[in-house]
Design a binder for this molecule. Structure first.
Ligand code: GLN
Length: 457
């Protein structure tokens, strides 16, 4: 009730929720109370959360921020729960509702949502970041204690950075993608967004694990994130000997805002005081990540989004004259500009005449980027840098697609390589806007990343 009241009072200014599931939440809360009375409560029983509106929720509208699934006349009501949603319910978590996002998770600002941009609680004239901007705005304004997000090219980390939160994108395969509406399947990965690494650890624990329903989810035991966090916290000089790599290509980057740079430098000094050793390294493939991603992710999107044809489910245009008209008008009216742009780019890159020149080449670049990281991890334990080159910008300030893509410089390579990475708040710029530090780790190092940030926090 506390959160539902806050949402009713504050969310009209933030537009972070697409759907508030009040009745469901109260019923789940009551069941949680009962579980507590019966001595059957787990540690998270009764704690509320918000889900990014990309996760299928049984009986509840699931829109992916698109008219295609969220048209008011015929919204998509998912007939089943995503595995992530199911796991949260099994842990006793209470669903407050579904939160706003860029359409099909394509974007960095939340302005691409069919439901309008969500606002940054630190300054409501600014974007909260994207695509998990609704998750970030809701948690930053305390309209949920934590939230789920998804990260295909930075969509957990960048909004976490812009809203002063901690968010972790796990290793590809750690969290099931079943029931998570696909954007670019070989990149998409779900993770938690919260106000601390500790809260992220609790939620990631619930979300993680092998799922027979997702063939890319990995059958490997899940670490005890919370226990490891607490173990490290008991050490005297907790980060002693930890080697943190600083890629020259990240810091020499001329798009990097100087205030962001100075907050990152200060955070790195603090990590050094906790015992870490800073090592300069090279990631020579840094500049190749944006072009490779913006070919491969649209290629996968063009294939994934072919299911929205106006026939099976979702938006259907009125009075189609024939089948072709039905397909083309349903898609033209149901998808926004950015989604259409990516379908066009992806279809072009996959077409017979250009496949080798674009798609195959980008796949080779993807492998080189992965190898670059693996080489770096022979020298260092984790890699640090800014999460984004700037802090949150004004709504409407960055509408040119390419300039928006360039803001993904620090986050996107991680998804090309499938690595885990965390963003943590490290202070504010002169406009009192949060700055985020990113730490990238080797495969399956979620526990280490959470522990380092926990020490810092
Ligand atoms: N900003 C990136 C894009 O527009 C990343 C999105 C994401 O991670 N879902 O594709």
């Amino acid at each position: 009730q506390h959160y539902l009241q806050r949402i009713a009072a504050i969310d009209p200014q933030l537009n972070s929720y697409v759907t508030v599931t009040s009745e469901l939440a109260l019923a789940q809360a009551q069941a949680a109370d009962q579980a507590r009375t019966d001595g059957k409560a787990g540690i998270l029983t009764g704690i509320p959360l918000a889900h990014k509106d990309i996760f299928c929720t049984q009986g509840v509208k699931t829109t992916a921020g698109s008219r295609m699934l969220g048209d008011p006349k015929n919204p998509f009501i998912a007939p089943y729960n995503a595995t992530v949603v199911e796991k949260c319910l099994n842990a006793g978590l209470v669903t407050l509702g579904k939160v706003n996002m860029d359409e099909f998770a394509m974007g960095s600002t939340n302005e691409k949502s069919y439901f309008g941009a969500s606002k940054n609680p630190w300054d409501t004239n600014r974007i909260p970041g994207g695509s998990s901007g609704g998750s970030a705005a809701a948690v930053a304004a305390d309209l949920a204690p934590f939230a789920t997000g998804t990260d295909t090219g930075g969509s957990i980390r960048q909004p976490a950075s812009f809203c002063g939160l901690t968010g972790i994108k796990p290793t590809y395969g750690r969290v099931s993608r079943f029931g998570m509406i696909a954007y670019a399947s070989s990149f998409d990965q779900a993770g938690p967004m919260a106000r601390s690494a500790e809260d992220c650890a609790y939620l990631l624990q619930v979300m993680s694990g092998h799922d027979a329903k997702d063939s890319t989810s990995v059958d490997r035991p899940v670490d005890d994130y919370v226990a490891e966090l607490n173990q490290v916290a008991e050490l005297n000089q907790p980060l002693k000997g930890l080697r943190i790599g600083l890629p020259r290509q990240y810091f020499g980057h001329n798009g990097l805002n100087s205030e962001v740079q100075s907050r990152i430098d200060a955070a790195l000094q603090q990590l050094q005081q906790l015992g870490a050793i800073l090592v300069d390294i090279d990631l020579d493939t840094t500049d190749a990540a944006i072009p490779a991603y913006y070919l491969l992710a649209p290629a996968e999107a063009s294939s994934n989004l072919s299911r929205y044809d106006g026939v099976r489910y979702g938006y259907r245009c009125e009075n189609p004259t024939d089948l072709t008209d039905l397909y083309s008008r349903s898609r033209a009216e149901g998808f926004g500009d950015e989604v259409q742009r990516r379908i066009l780019i992806g279809t072009y890159a996959l077409s017979a005449g250009y496949y080798d020149a674009y798609y195959v080449k980008a796949q080779k670049v993807r492998r080189l980027i992965q190898q670059d990281f693996l080489r770096a991890f022979e020298q260092v334990d984790v890699i640090a840098g800014p999460t984004a080159p700037s802090t949150a910008y004004q709504i409407g300030e960055n509408l040119d697609p390419v300039s928006m893509y360039l803001g993904d410089i620090y986050t996107i390579a991680v998804n090309l390589a499938g690595l885990p990475a965390i963003s943590a708040p490290v202070g504010f710029d002169d406009n009192k806007l949060p700055v985020g530090l990113q730490l990238i780790g080797p495969y399956w190092s979620e526990s280490k990343l959470l522990s380092i940030v926990h020490q810092y926090q």
